[in-house]
Design a protein around this ligand. Structure first.
Ligand SMILES: [Zn+2]
Length: 253
């Protein structure tokens, strides 16, 4: 295999029910209210023990399957902040919020992982297990209609900060989803953020290989002291998650 993935333009795009698009489009201007409302719902439903992460909260037989992918996990901690905070843990918290929000809104959602583990990784060396983990994630991406992958960034110089969104160059839908996320991050969380979308190259295996729509969100830089504190803040984590969840709902290829 030479690694070239065929372009697919139309046949893998999902469409959301029209009434749901209209409802959610009207909701975004009241983002703060939406945060409160969604979280009240999530907290209430969770407290009642009703949320079953294996099933959607509301049955949507013909709806799209959305995959939420918390990067890294288990022995693969991902980037590590100066204070020892591991990327995998922040990825998981934000991803669980995204998944719960989408389920409460009636979507069918699955996750590559919902615990601190690699994804069914096999192999005798860490490298083999990471390859296995990534291939298992890709198989799940290809089964879903749309995927959002959640990661955290790190750079040697601490001055860099801000969310950056990557997309797969294998279909236009990925870029459109990424653009929706980028626009919402700027509108709702980071008005000064000038970071442009980036196409995932061969260094980002999932984006390089996926034929289904997928965007990868580097939520922020663990190497920036101020942003690290934000990324560890449960309220900021919820805001980031809601921004991503609303972007999935608004996404309209
Ligand atoms: Zn990562």
């Amino acid at each position: 295999m030479n690694g070239v993935v065929a372009l697919k333009k139309e046949n893998h795009r999902h469409s959301l029910p029209e009434e749901r698009k209209q409802t959610m489009a009207a909701r975004l201007p009241w983002m703060d209210l939406a945060i409160v409302a969604v979280f009240c719902a999530v907290v209430l439903v969770s407290a009642m023990g009703v949320v079953d992460r294996a099933k959607p909260a509301v049955s949507v037989p013909s709806g799209p399957l959305i995959l939420v992918d918390p990067g890294h996990g288990g022995a693969d901690g991902g980037a590590v902040a100066p204070d020892g905070t591991q990327e995998k843990d922040i990825n998981l918290v934000i991803s669980l919020h995204v998944a719960d929000m989408l389920r409460v809104m009636g979507f069918e959602v699955s996750m590559t992982r919902s615990t601190d583990d690699m994804v069914n990784a096999v192999g005798s060396t860490m490298r083999e297990r990471k390859v296995s983990d990534t291939k298992n994630r890709l198989a799940m991406v290809e089964q879903a209609d749309l995927t959002v992958s959640i990661h955290q960034n790190k750079f040697p110089q601490s001055r860099y900060f801000g969310t950056q969104v990557f997309y797969s160059g294998n279909n236009e839908a990925s870029r459109e989803l990424a653009e929706q996320i980028r626009a919402n991050v700027v509108a709702q969380l980071q008005p000064e953020n000038k970071r442009e979308l980036k196409k995932g190259d061969s260094n980002i295996y999932l984006l390089h290989k996926a034929t289904k729509p997928i965007a990868l969100v580097e939520c922020g830089f663990l190497s920036n002291e101020e942003e690290l504190e934000q990324l560890k803040d449960p309220v900021y984590q919820e805001k980031l998650a809601l921004t991503v969840a609303c972007s999935v709902i608004q996404y309209d290829p």
